[in-house]
Ligand binder design. Structure first.
Ligand SMILES: [Zn+2]
Length: 145
């Protein structure tokens, strides 16, 4: 006799729309690129495209308006990394300009690609937490009975 093994079934877990939404955990879940409501499912459908709603808890995510915020934050961080790196690199090795430009460019592109989706997730987590741009509108909507 063989024992039947059942695959785990993913059942959407509803999240209370009136629940408190602390900023810190929402920012952290967003930074991890997870849904700010449940923290389980991926926030993104691809590299930067956001799911219309969470595949796990059905939280509406289409309200997000991160816009240029994540790109701005990425530029601020990478720009502040670049200046000391250029000085340190020049002070230690004094490489030729082409070597310096090419190595720093590769490094900065890699850091930017790493940071951009994380900053976007954090921005969406902040917006969800503060019920901005329609996040939380379902909690304010009158219930029809
Ligand atoms: Zn979720």
């Amino acid at each position: 006799m063989s024992e039947t093994v059942h695959a785990p079934i993913s059942i959407p877990v509803p999240v209370d729309p009136n629940a408190d939404r602390p900023v810190g955990p929402a920012l952290l879940k967003g930074w991890r690129r997870k849904c700010p409501a449940c923290g389980e499912a991926s926030l993104f459908d691809g590299y930067l495209a956001v799911h219309h709603e969470c595949p796990n808890c059905s939280e509406a995510l289409h309200h997000q308006r991160a816009d240029d915020g994540p790109a701005w934050a990425t530029l601020v961080v990478t720009g502040h990394l670049l200046a000391p790196l250029m000085l340190l690199m020049w002070d230690l090795w004094q490489p030729s300009p082409i070597v310096m430009a090419s190595t720093l460019s590769v490094f900065l592109v890699a850091v930017s690609l790493f940071l951009l989706p994380r900053f976007k997730g954090a921005f969406i987590g902040l917006q969800w937490s503060r019920r901005m741009h329609g996040f939380g509108a379902e909690a304010d909507a009158p219930t029809h009975q």
